[in-house]
Design a protein around this ligand. Structure first.
Ligand code: C2O
Ligand code: CU
Ligand code: CU
Length: 491
């Protein structure tokens, strides 16, 4: 692989204006089926570097900057944390303190959000209202409660209007909260899945107004910044994959035939017993904790198409319309798995996991309804369309909802539009009770919940602690940037 990637680096480094005008070499970046891309496909999966806590603390610096970084086997002009895409993986334990110095070396404001972590939104904690200017450094500090759920989380910027662009550009990384009682596995892998589109000069392609309305989907789908990497294993082993859907808008319907898959958990939720699955969907922002029992043979990890509906404008229809994202695609190969060699002996069985809290048994102090809508309006930058929750666009100084600390609420999420939206609530995870008319029988805790188009979802939330203000929003991040976000205050 080495000579190829060096050659590609030279080609792209020297592209410049002449390359764009000549158009030739630039084609290397036009889609995932070009010959030059194929040369980069198949390299062994590499993983981001790991920064682990010790003695109850993790202190680190995250520098957000643009650079010529390794992407898809070559180099491209993208954004990264600490020079990588994804940024380093943070490994912590319940009860830990995390101190992050965020260094903004971008040309625009940014900030930092720890997605899914149950930590305070106040002050220099997980505060989405902070604005870190270019050139500025800022010290964040987070304290995980001793009872923090173990699992897979992630970090990314959260400056309104720029969230989708900065994540699409490459700013994200995984966070793992380790188990108190380890699950015995042969090996663990972190798989951060993201998508991007590069232009002829190897730069991030800007999103059009239509891209933003539909929710942009990049034409390259990457695993740890690589294009279709390979994972090798011996048969009979048990692997644990920590999968993050870091795509700005794309939903991932993940499937892998020939291997035995069991979901240990989703987001911060953990099933009492690992659940056998053939395929499962991760909306943008969702994470999976997946157990893979390896079986001899080779297979592919696929992202199958997910129809998120369409705008229903300009003569286009709704769901199933080929112009809608994922509507006409045949799916994408994310990675190849090669299982061969002498059979290994699997580790001890997964110990039973503690029963999660079930809010269906608890008293509801208040009920609320959130209505997600897309309608005509005077808004700029969205083709005249407004992306709203309860008819309003995001306004940081307005508090849309107040909740009382120490209470449980039941929320009905209504989607009035012809396209899918999702609800992501910061700080407090949600227990899913009903979705699209179906009663959820298992105990499912998620922090991003898909709301099917023209449908509704019911969740319950326990506001046990952390007074303060934070946000909830659609995690199709182009919609969030267009205004589909609100402010909640717990007191
Ligand atoms: Cu993953 Cu408010 O964000
Ligand atoms: Cu979040
Ligand atoms: Cu949306």
């Amino acid at each position: 692989m080495e000579p190829i990637s060096r050659r590609r680096a030279l080609q792209l480094g020297g592209l410049g204006l002449a390359g764009v005008l000549a158009g030739g070499l630039g084609l290397a970046w036009q889609g995932s089926r070009g010959a030059r891309f194929d040369a980069a496909v198949g390299a062994e999966l590499s993983e981001p570097s790991v920064l682990a806590s010790s003695g109850g603390e993790l202190a680190l610096a995250l520098t957000a900057a643009e650079g010529d970084l390794p992407v898809a086997g070559g180099r491209a002009r993208v954004l990264g944390f600490n020079g990588g895409l994804p940024g380093p993986t943070l490994r912590v334990r319940p009860g830990d303190r995390i101190r992050v110095t965020l260094r903004n070396r971008l040309s625009e404001p940014t900030n930092l959000h720890l997605h899914g972590l149950h930590v305070s939104p106040a002050g220099n904690g997980d505060n989405p209202f902070l604005r870190i200017e270019p050139g500025q450094d800022f010290d964040y500090e987070y304290r995980l409660p001793d009872t923090h759920p173990s699992g897979v989380y992630w970090y990314h910027p959260h400056h309104h209007h720029l969230v989708a662009d900065q994540i699409f550009g490459g700013l994200y990384g995984a966070i793992i909260v380790d188990d108190i009682d380890p699950v015995p596995v042969t090996r663990e892998r972190v798989l951060v899945i993201s998508d991007l589109t590069l232009d002829n000069a190897g730069r991030i392609a800007p999103a059009s107004i239509m891209d933003r309305m539909v929710g942009r989907e990049g034409n390259l789908v990457l695993v740890n910044g690589q294009l279709r990497p390979t994972m090798t294993a011996a048969p009979g082993t048990l692997e644990r994959w920590r999968i993050v859907n870091a795509c700005v808008s794309r939903y991932l319907r993940l499937r892998m035939d020939g291997q035995q898959l069991r979901l240990l958990g989703l987001d911060s939720g953990r099933f009492t017993e690992p659940r056998p699955v053939q395929e499962f969907v991760l909306a943008g922002g969702n994470r999976a904790d997946l157990l893979v029992s390896t079986m001899a043979g080779s297979g592919q990890l696929l992202a199958l198409p997910v129809d998120r509906g369409a705008m229903g404008m300009m003569g286009r229809g709704g769901r199933g319309d080929p112009s809608s994202p994922g509507g006409d695609a045949t799916g994408t190969v994310l990675a190849t798995v090669e299982v061969a060699g002498a059979a290994a002996s699997p580790p001890a069985p997964v110990p039973p996991q503690p029963s999660p809290r079930d809010l269906r048994r608890e008293t509801v102090a208040a009920t609320k309804t959130f209505t997600f809508g897309v309608g005509m309006g005077m808004a700029m930058g969205a083709g005249g369309m407004r992306f709203t929750i309860d008819g309003r666009e995001y306004e940081p100084d307005r508090t849309d909802h107040t909740v009382r600390v120490g209470t449980v609420e039941e929320w009905t999420l209504v989607n009035d539009s012809p396209m899918e939206h999702s609800l992501h609530l910061h700080v407090w995870p949600m227990q899913l009770l009903r979705t699209g008319g179906r009663e959820v029988t298992e105990i499912a805790w998620q922090d991003v919940v898909n709301i099917p188009s023209r449908n509704r979802v019911t969740v319950r939330v326990a506001f046990d602690d952390y007074p303060g203000r934070t946000v909830y929003h659609c995690h199709i991040l182009d919609h969030e940037d267009l205004g589909m976000m609100g402010v909640i205050e717990a007191r």
